[in-house]
Design a protein around this ligand. Sequence first.
Ligand SMILES: Cc1cc2nc3c(=O)[nH]c(=O)nc-3n(C[C@H](O)[C@H](O)[C@H](O)COP(=O)(O)OP(=O)(O)OC[C@H]3O[C@@H](n4cnc5c(N)ncnc54)[C@H](O)[C@@H]3O)c2cc1C
Length: 389
Amino acid sequence: MTIKEQAYGPQEEAVFLDTIRRWTAQELKPRVKEYDHADRYPTEIVEQMKEMGLFGATISQEYGGLGLPARLYAQVVMEISSVWMAITGIFNSHLMLALAVEKFGTPAQKDLWLPKFASGEVRGGLALTEPDAGTDLQSIRMTARRDGDDYVINGTKTWISNGIEGSAVALLVKTDPKAEPRYKGMSLFIAPKQTGFTVSRKLEKLGYKCIDSGELVFQDYRLSKEHLIGGVEGQGFFQATGGLELGRINVAARGVGLAEGALRLASDYAQVRKTFGKPICEHQAIQLKLGEMVTRARAARLLTLDAAEAFDRGERCDMEAGMAKFFASEAALENSTEAMRIHGGYGYSKEFDIERFYRDSPLTCIGEGTNEMQRMIIARQWIKRHSIA
Ligand SMILES: Cc1cc2nc3c(=O)[nH]c(=O)nc-3n(C[C@H](O)[C@H](O)[C@H](O)COP(=O)(O)OP(=O)(O)OC[C@H]3O[C@@H](n4cnc5c(N)ncnc54)[C@H](O)[C@@H]3O)c2cc1C
């Protein structure tokens, strides 16, 4: 058992989750529709999240974070996502930046940045994707050229969550664009907003509203070598992907929340809407849908907790996290679609919450590795673990 688990036993876990549940019901539920439809950044709610310590949720307590184990953190994300998935991205993506620094940073980098990340004073995310490179991360073009004790960075990043409202990102670049294999020429920097770092546009989206997604341009952007995470060039690819297990548990938890939230909306509606003299939940066709939805949501939750517990035990869990991410995100999409159909014509109305679930769910199939890649990763890992050679 890890120290983190001891600090958050079953009793602490229940109290913590109860606080999150009450906050979600009192503060998020009444406001989500208005914010979502206006696509407005929820500044007031971000202030509440700061006070609750959510920006330091997985950062160690010695740096001012809450030090939540993955199992509890995942349940927090599930709870919030069952009402408002997009808002979890504001602290999820930020915590991926923090994880890169905590896992791979020098002691000086950890002392300097982690307390600021934990308090929410500095917030940000991961800047990996470029206009011509998403899944194939090793084909990024952004370069960092050494100039004395500094690096001069040029290039463009796109789709960066928290890139507009945040004040720093973990920036993946090529320090040696000619290196072979390509990953050996990649490095990761802590990049605060300063001269040379501009937001060129806010990206408009189908769903996942309120959280900002930006295109970021770096033009002769100068950083001292103290910003190179870990202080050694060529480690960036592994540092950027080194947080993927927790990142996938994270997205899986969002999927569970969406799948459960959609189920709840559908089952509530099916009990009050009547056709042919009885509530629609008494028609077999609707029961078949609900039966599948309940099962999918439950299976997604169990897979996600299974991956989180393996992570907390310090085990390698890329296959478990991949299965959870794949299954839970597809469950989110399927449950949202079925819930919309159960709402009939009202499912297509902006007055009902289900349309938001339908717009938000597909993102979970794309982020932290698309589900096409996820299945291949699961298969490769399975073969490796069950090799007959
Ligand atoms: C709302 C939103 C927020 C995001 N936030 C961030 C963020 O904060 N930071 C960040 O860095 N990025 C972010 N992204 C980018 C996201 O990570 C990428 O969109 C994702 O990695 C896919 O890359 P791509 O869009 O370039 O698709 P591509 O890589 O071009 O893939 C296109 C299609 O081809 C498939 N494909 C690709 N390669 C293979 C292969 N070898 N075998 C089989 N199929 C393949 C993919 O699965 C996909 O279906 C965000 C994206 C969105 C939409």
